[in-house]
Ligand binder design. Structure first.
Ligand SMILES: Nc1ncnc2c1ncn2[C@@H]1O[C@H](COP(=O)(O)OP(=O)(O)OP(=O)(O)O)[C@@H](O)[C@H]1O
Ligand SMILES: [Mg+2]
Length: 499
């Protein structure tokens, strides 16, 4: 609806400039008549008493024209309170500047409050003296109610977020500073709101994560892809670590400009511990099975190999004994004695072979690197696959535990190459590098199929991971981009050296 008062612009805005309308004589009294609908329109005389009143004004305020004509306009306002400007103030402003605008509480006849806007325009006669005021009011109760409801629902949401305990839910600025905090965040991360708000969220990452640029990458991914999610170690305020599941989502305004991020973090430490227990349980079962297999194999070898040889040896010895007791001491008995010596040698080497399968004696006799060389030679001879070795220990002296673990890792990786890779060449690398020692077995084979990682009956790679974990190392097992499979482990020197 277009409302204009003798040359005044439409009733929008709350600017208080302008000179007010200049009307002559009676015309100002007809101002209200033409306008109906949602706008309450009325005029006041120069001291603020109601002169004209339209139907909408009656509907909105509850006052009929008869009751209100001649009454001061201040009856439309609640008894003076801090948030209501005195009606005389409003008129004084309109008289001084031409118009005045107010949005706020008004009072109905029955005393109920309603939220409305009112624009008061001073009206002057040709001579310039104040003739009175024209006023247009709009009842905003419903808009106000909607806003109040919205505010309440925002408050409720805030209270809900605040009270969530199992999730840290908070906001970050576009550059990653913590902007809000909830109870869950305090419980999981240990910081109180006043300690953490304003700090960059990289404070939650362990030093190695910060050094690798993880926090920045999380924000980058979230803002370019609409979300980033990660699992990993995070640090509490007391320095302890927890296993976290983190989701970061960008917040943008209507124009797409980045306003910040929401971050939801869950503490999965307990979950991870259960997973590890399950993992350890599986490993223990696998180890038990491997021990059983080993016992069976040893029993078979003792029975079939050593048993046969000892039986033959005993028969030879019995015959020799009979010959000697009968006083025969001929060429034949001498040959028999020589045979017994040879058989004894063979038996001893069988004993040595069975024992060295149980524990690579080479490790004790020669040390890790020569034992790995030997393993590589044996492998190459047996399978016709070329093996390159790049082994160096520098000053390093491996502890027994580390030597055994690394030997077994290489052994399992080579066994896998023989069984799964279809490779023509393998490279074994053992090299110290600053504070780490790297162990790698790379092949040029066909790599692992997609289903291989979840096989429930495969324990080789699992065992490798476990050995690496026990030595505080990190392991990467998988296909290489250029083809082939790689088993790579990196150990901190101080957990593998001999003390
Ligand atoms: N060098 C490799 N090249 C290709 N695939 C491989 C290689 N190493 C491992 N794999 C794949 O990974 C799977 C898991 O290996 P893992 O050593 O854990 O089990 P496995 O060799 O099948 O059985 P085991 O428990 O007797 O070792 C293999 O079944 C195979 O599919
Ligand atoms: Mg295997």
């Amino acid at each position: 609806m277009e409302v204009s008062v003798t040359g005044e612009p439409g009733l929008t805005g709350n600017e208080e400039t302008g000179s007010g309308g200049k009307v002559s004589g009676e015309r100002r009294y007809h101002f209200a008549i033409d306008i109906d609908g949602e706008y309450a329109v009325f005029t006041l005389d120069s001291i603020g008493q109601v002169e004209t009143w339209n139907a909408a004004a009656e509907r909105v305020t509850g006052y009929g024209a008869v009751e209100i004509l001649g009454k001061p306009f201040s009856v439309l306002y609640p008894a003076a309170s801090a948030d209501v400007p005195l009606p005389t103030d409003l008129l004084a402003r309109a008289a001084a500047t031409g118009r005045a605008y107010y949005e706020g509480w008004h009072a109905r006849k029955d005393g109920a409050r309603f939220w409305a806007s009112v624009l008061v325009i001073a009206q002057r006669r040709e001579q310039g003296d104040l003739a009175g005021f024209a006023a247009v009011a709009h009842d905003f109760s419903s808009r106000h109610l909607i806003e109040a409801r919205l505010r309440r629902s925002e408050q409720r949401l805030q209270v809900m977020i605040d009270s969530v305990e199992d999730y840290a839910i908070f906001m970050l600025s576009p550059t990653g500073e913590v902007a809000t905090w909830n109870t869950g965040a305090e419980r999981i991360k240990g910081y109180r709101a006043e300690e953490i708000i304003g700090h960059h969220f990289s404070i939650f990452y362990p030093p190695e994560g910060r050094a690798a640029g993880l926090p920045e990458r999380m924000l980058e991914t979230a803002s370019t892809q609409g979300r980033s999610e990660a699992e990993g170690w995070r640090v509490r305020s007391d320095g302890s670590r927890f296993w976290a599941d983190v989701i970061i989502t960008p917040i943008r305004d209507d124009t797409g400009t980045l306003q910040g991020f929401t971050k939801v973090t869950r503490d999965l430490t307990e979950h991870k511990r259960l997973e590890e227990l399950e993992h350890v349980g599986k490993l223990a079962a696998a180890a038990e099975r491997a021990r059983e297999d080993e016992k069976k194999r040893i029993a078979r070898e003792l029975h079939d190999d050593l048993g046969q040889q000892l039986t033959a040896l005993k028969m030879s010895a019995v015959i020799l004994k009979q010959e000697v007791e009968a006083g025969h001491c001929t060429m034949k008995t001498a040959a028999m004695a020589r045979g017994i010596v040879t058989q004894t040698d063979e038996t001893m080497s069988a004993v040595r072979r069975i024992a060295s399968d149980l524990r690579p004696t080479m490790l004790d006799d020669l040390g890790l690197l020569p034992a790995v060389e030997w393993l590589a030679d044996e492998f190459s001879r047996r399978y016709g696959i070329k093996v390159n070795t790049r082994l160096s220990a520098g000053e390093l002296e491996f502890s027994d535990t580390a030597a055994t673990a690394i030997f077994r890792i290489v052994q399992e990786a080579l066994t896998n190459v023989a069984r799964h890779a279809y490779a023509t060449e393998v490279t074994i690398t053992i090299e110290p590098e600053s504070s780490q020692c790297e162990v790698r077995i790379d092949d040029d084979g066909r790599g692992a199929g997609p289903a291989s990682s979840g096989k429930s009956d495969s324990f080789g790679l699992l065992g490798i991971r476990e050995r690496v974990r026990q030595l505080n190392g990190a392991a990467w097992l998988g296909n290489k981009p250029e083809g082939g499979f790689s088993v790579k482990a990196s150990f901190p020197l101080d957990s593998i050296v001999h003390r």
